[in-house]
Design a protein around this ligand. Sequence first.
Ligand SMILES: C[S@@+](CC[C@H](N)C(=O)[O-])C[C@H]1O[C@@H](n2cnc3c(N)ncnc32)[C@H](O)[C@@H]1O
Length: 619
Amino acid sequence: MLLNPVISKLAGKRVVLASASPRRQDILSNVGLRFEVVPSWFKETLDKSMFSAPYEYAVETAKQKALEVARRMHVKHLKTPDIVIGADTIVTLEDAILEKPFDKQDAYNMLSRLSGKEHSVFTGVAIVHCTSQEDNQLETDIIDFYEETKVKFAELSEDLLWEYIDSGEPMDKAGGYGIQALGGMLVESVHGDFLNVVGFPLNHFCKKLAEMYYRPAKHTIHRVKHDSIPYVESFENLSDVEKDCSTSSKTCEAKKGVHDGVCKTRGSGSSVPCTPRLQNGLEETPPHCSQKLAKIFDLLDGFKASKTLFAASKLKVFDKLKDKGALKAMEIADKINASVHRTERLLDACVALGLLEKTHQVYRNTELANMYLVSDAPFSFHEYINYSNDHLWSHFTHLDSTIVEGRGPHETPHKKTCDGTHGPEVEERCMRVNHCTLKITARDIVTAFDLSKYSSACDLGGGTGALAHELVGTYPEIKVNVFDLPEIIKHSSLFQPENLDFRRLTFTSGNFIEDALPAADLYILSRVIHDLPDEKLNHLLRKVSDACHPGKSGLLIAEIILDEDKKEPRGLLQALTINEEGKQRSGTEYKKLLENHGFNRIQIKTTGNLLDAIFAVRR
Ligand SMILES: C[S@@+](CC[C@H](N)C(=O)[O-])C[C@H]1O[C@@H](n2cnc3c(N)ncnc32)[C@H](O)[C@@H]1O
């Protein structure tokens, strides 16, 4: 049971905190909010002079942080969050904004300015509600606010200041101090929300949630206390604790359990300290907080969700529903020749995962399923889903032994490769898998940079030509040559759209390691680099570099680019599937690699789609 019923309104929603701050994470998880943490890539570099008041800057930064994460998650992972929470905390002193110090001297300058004075701490918060529209556009609804707390510092001696700076604590904190830890020593008084100074104004946040989620009909309101988080007896549709609270606000507050830092366990009448306490010399274990375990639960359940998608796709559930529009479980079971009872469970699980909708026992595809899961949809993932089920799944099943034995997926007995050595059926299937994923991302790759000045391009290892199609469609002057191994090129005709202009798109058989490269003024390497061992890669890049005209020819690369800290899961999980000798790289690593081969003017673009783009010019 949650202490704050407003928080329970978010249960079952995909809530994301767009902040890496462990303090914000603690504040929110301590009150039972279940959320994922996706740190924002938005840089805190807005021009402060554009804002008439400091809090406006904090609110705008919070908003941009949350929006960046919402957009990235919507496109990149094709899983749109319901709510993204962004926050930005700043310290202001006499209208100057103090953010995180750059170095110790900066921390010293900040803290000595704060010494003996009162300053303001503002946290801007943005709550972004996301919905995916029919055309897969992201629609966002933003609620933002700020909270101000005044903090007075004691007079700080030089020794104390430097001791505190040397502790390292100031470096990642606005104003150069953390009130919840050693920095508490510096503070004489606080006026306002203490948690706001820590980094998140919880009380104001809950009030905002209450405004959003409790929009009661007038007759349901018994009492609303506007200056606090609404008392739970105020509205209908309340949980048992809420309904119990029908007397005075004080009683209700006690029943809700917030009293002198003690959490009251409902029903038992006993009180459990919020923090572990020593009793008879033994440390008492705090009650387990399921919200804190949410991440682990999600990881434990991740494979069940994947397998549910795989099974529904393999059984062509989405295809049947696309054809018929809406069907009952019994009708679907009949069409896929399966048990009614089990089919119903599968369908309900798909509803829970947002793949199907259900009304009055009738199931329909969601827009997402129609766009990406139906097997003949223009941008269908069907092939990739089946490949994940049949091949990647078995690789991950044996992940522990592949790690111990140092084998890559291509060396497992369960996985057949796309390197053209396993016969036409496998080659064709791999081409279908690559084709469907490249189609989704090709437009973002070819428009990531202005390539209009190039008249000829050669897509090395270009496979089905999916990227070449997009290039030809985007740049009216360009001619593209798709270069790949003969066993791949022989299947390429299967993938060509009907209206293709073969005067501008040609296919050439060859081996980019052994043969001369066709002439072109733009070379393309899409999903080729990460799979090559260093020696082959350096050989290939040397050949490309030699084939380029200095100062003129370009190189376009499409790959997953790891974030610089190498913390983002997508690329790292993908790295588990590539060959032992292959490698995923960060932007800086790609830059270095290309510079070593005579390229400069290197630009890197994270597209937010499945693949990112790099463009470089031959020096
Ligand atoms: C992972 S696939 C990428 C295909 C396509 N570029 C894409 O992004 O979907 C790698 C491609 O490189 C081709 N390839 C591998 N080694 C090659 C070589 N030595 N010469 C030419 N092509 C090669 C493969 O046949 C395959 O089509």
